[in-house]
Design a protein around this ligand. Structure first.
Ligand code: MG
Length: 331
């Protein structure tokens, strides 16, 4: 195995590990805190109230239309901070790499993480690299942990009449993964919506007293998140099919596959539950400043306690809880 591939010695902590860290990780994640090279990163936070989250990424394939495992690992952790009303500041990243993985692909992934960090104004300040023998992993797994400072407080007291906003079109990440994993022949511009969502924080600022809940609809998609909130709150969710933004191409592929895109992961969207009073103003700000496809897709009701969709003709059907996973390893 030549020097263009990751070898077990790259994970053994000696000279080769140091070379890999210097050439690939420090070169790209270059910042003063990281370059201190201590056992822990020492960081200064502008507030005592912090949000702290972690996530591991095992997506297959590692490169997909609209993103890659690196962009996803940075975006996913940032979005979990944003969902708690926190401004993301610092990340850690730990890599588990299978022996024989291409160094060129590793560099591509790390450069993509760097670009995503710059876009989101966060720094990767500490990390770890391990190499496992060939056949004992699947190419590369990445764990990212994130710290953010609270920007505003999300009350979590959902009441009947509260509105459900989605910040953009639905189901694109899951669809992109399915197309690339199964080499589906498709026409049209299908790509993952994978992106860091810290830019929506500026829209949310003046609405925090009205915001009841936020979550990024990743595994299980919009359908699963709304079922979870419905269960927790004991309220029903009445969705309006005509208001749910789904791109034509996404709809077409999923009809072909027999998949409901409402259960497919988004990796660059947020579900926001907001009181009726502030909902239209928040929607307008989101549309102007973040995504013209943002939409109010439904509302909470105390008439029942499940999630249902009203279709174009006024008929209703239940959007139940997912039983198992539609697509494994989407993140
Ligand atoms: Mg989340």
């Amino acid at each position: 195995m030549g020097e263009n591939y990751i070898q077990l010695i790259h994970g053994e902590g000696g000279k080769h590990t140091q070379e890999l860290i210097g050439d690939v990780f420090y070169k790209n994640f270059n910042n003063d805190i990281l370059l201190e090279n201590d056992d822990s990163a020492i960081i200064n936070l502008p507030s005592k109230k912090i949000a702290f989250t972690t996530d591991s990424f095992v997506v297959n394939p590692i490169f997909f239309r609209g993103g890659d495992i690196g962009k996803l690992a940075v975006s996913g952790t940032i979005n979990d901070l944003v969902a708690c009303g926190a401004e993301p500041l610092y990340l850690s990243s730990a890599f588990i790499i299978e022996e024989g993985f291409s160094k060129e692909d590793l560099i591509k992934i790390v450069e993509s993480m760097k670009r995503t960090c710059i876009m989101a104004k966060v720094s990767i300040v500490t990390g770890d690299t391990k190499v496992v023998p060939k056949g004992k992993g699947d190419k590369i797994f990445i764990n990212t942990t994130g710290i953010g400072v609270l920007d505003g407080y999300v009350s979590k007291y959902i009441a009947a009449g509260d509105k459900v906003i989605i910040t953009g079109t639905v189901g694109e990440h899951g669809t992109a993964i399915a197309v690339d994993r199964y080499n589906l022949k498709v026409t049209g511009d299908i790509k993952s919506d994978c992106q860091p969502l810290n830019h929506i924080l500026k829209c949310l600022k003046k609405y925090y007293p009205h915001i009841k809940f936020m979550r990024d609809p990743t595994r299980g998609g919009v359908g699963e998140v709304l079922n979870e909130i419905s269960k927790k709150s004991g309220l029903g969710v009445h969705l309006f099919e005509k208001d749910i933004p789904i791109r034509k191409e996404v709809d077409a592929i999923n009809s072909m596959l027999g998949i409901n895109p409402l259960y497919l992961a988004c990796e660059g969207r947020m579900i926001i539950v907001v009181d009726k009073e502030a909902s239209l103003a928040l929607l307008e700000d989101l549309r102007k400043q973040c995504d013209s496809q943002a939409s109010i897709i439904g509302e909470f009701t105390d008439e029942n306690s499940f999630v249902y969709i009203e279709n174009y003709f006024g008929g209703e059907r239940i959007l139940g809880e997912l039983d198992g996973q539609i697509l494994p390893r989407i993140c």
